[in-house]
Design a protein around this ligand. Structure first.
Ligand code: AMP
Length: 413
């Protein structure tokens, strides 16, 4: 069992945030009082060599080739880099007060962040079937940290938890109810930490109390989802049982008629799993454009006159706009719309194409404000007389995880 540390108000807390994938481990150390990032980095190619990238605040990125057969070695190298005499940011490992772990799928078991215990890990393992690519990796990361940092409290922060407030009408699929009752097959939604972080900021920016504000958050990254946040609660979101549903993404198809799966399987002699892999890894804007999953490449091709790139971006924006429209209906209106994540923060074309769909509601793009491709601060991109304000609000999932980690420890005092 963990020796439970609690927060003493006069003592700063340094939180190690871990986001563990099957062969990678992203990390940040965040001071909870200043909310400053002390250092961040990533371990890549775990199990097939190993590279550690490390950047202390204000310093240069350092890259090391290390032997990382498992995540346990990766965690050890991360900790070594943090206390390294030359560029480390901590005096000793005991400076780490807690670890916040991103966990992708909490199923119906978790509606908020929680102190990790053996029972919690068991319950997360029970959700493995719902997120076979993500959850096992998240658990590996937790186990590796437990091994290397015994006694440090660990908190699990779930991508799905923010959406636990979705009403049944939004999360039930139109399939026989026994699949929900027996197997919990339903819509869950993801990117919860980002939707929560950005919707809070959006309410602040329009000067409304969070619990009286209707926000639509468009998290447009390589994975992308939209969320309707009504009075501080997620009431609908575009991803479902898995992160495959919803918007067209970098490599994922998003919404699709299931008959397409049957057709590809039958006509191209593919197994069900092979078709799902195509929908996850070879579809989206990558498959549609035949160019890249990166919006920079597709936008450039469109500017150079590539018709398929143009058609791809139009289809992408059309789907985003349709979701925004449907969520305006779901909430009987909207007070603010926010763009965030890699594309939301870095692609003025996408923001403009999407926002212009709402001209019929009196929305007007502020061309000058929206012009920079990269927007790094909270920025209003519609005119002051626009009937609905659209903002760019940079997301910060790591900070959100660090905040939730501190909240859990405070709650456990
Ligand atoms: P994410 O998954 O949030 O990192 O988003 C990935 C997508 O965001 C890619 O398609 C990129 O085109 C876009 N993106 C991320 N960073 C930048 C950047 N600095 N400049 C332009 N586009 C970016």
């Amino acid at each position: 069992m963990f020796e439970k540390k609690t927060r003493k108000e006069d003592i700063k807390m340094d939180i190690l945030v871990i986001n563990c994938g099957s062969s990678s481990l992203k990390y940040q150390v965040i001071n909870s009082d200043t909310e400053k990032v002390l250092a961040k980095g990533i371990c890549e190619r775990i199990g097939a060599g190993g590279v550690l990238k490390y950047r202390p605040a204000g310093g240069e990125e350092e890259v090391y080739d290390y032997d990382m057969p498992t995540h346990t070695e990766a965690v050890k190298f991360v900790l070594d880099s943090l206390v390294n005499e030359k560029t480390g940011v901590l005096k000793s490992l005991s400076d780490i007060d807690a670890v916040g772990h991103r966990i992708v799928h909490g199923g119906e078991a978790f509606n908020k962040a929680i102190l990790i215990t053996e029972d919690v890990i068991k319950a997360v393992e029970e959700c493995n079937d719902l997120a076979p690519l993500h959850n096992p990796a998240n658990i590996i990361g937790i186990r590796a940290c437990q091994k290397v940092m015994p006694g440090i409290p660990m908190v699990g922060v779930f991508d799905t938890a923010f959406h636990a407030t979705m009403p049944k009408k939004a999360y039930l699929y139109g399939i026989p109810n026994e699949y929900y009752k027996k197997d919990k097959l339903r819509r869950y939604g993801f990117h919860g930490t980002s939707h929560s972080f950005v919707s809070k900021k959006a309410a602040e920016l329009v000067g409304k109390p969070y619990d009286k504000c209707r926000t639509i958050v468009c998290h447009l990254g390589n994975g992308a989802s939209i969320c309707a946040v009504e009075n501080g609660k997620s009431v609908d979101t575009s991803m479902g049982l898995s992160p495959l549903e919803g918007l067209i993404m970098g490599t994922r198809s998003g919404d699709i008629d299931p008959s397409v799966i049957q057709y590809i399987a039958n006509h191209y002699n593919k197994s069900l799993n092979e078709v799902i892999t195509i929908l996850n890894k070879e579809s989206g804007v990558l498959g549609m454009s035949g160019i890249s999953s990166d919006f920079r490449d597709i936008t450039k091709a469109m500017q150079e006159g590539d018709e398929q790139a143009k058609a791809t971006l139009e289809a992408y924006c059309y789907r985003v706009a349709k979701y925004i429209g449907s969520y305006i209906t779901a909430m009987h209106g909207v007070d603010v719309v926010a763009f965030t994540a890699g594309i939301g923060e870095n692609n003025s074309y996408i923001r403009k194409f999407v926002t212009e769909y709402f001209d019929f509601l009196g929305v007007k793009v502020d061309e000058k404000a929206n012009e920079p491709m990269h927007i790094s601060d909270d920025t209003l991109i519609t005119t002051s007389d626009s009937k609905i304000p659209f903002y760019v609000i940079p997301t910060d999932e790591e900070l959100s995880i660090a905040r939730q980690t501190v909240d859990v420890l405070d709650g456990n005092k």
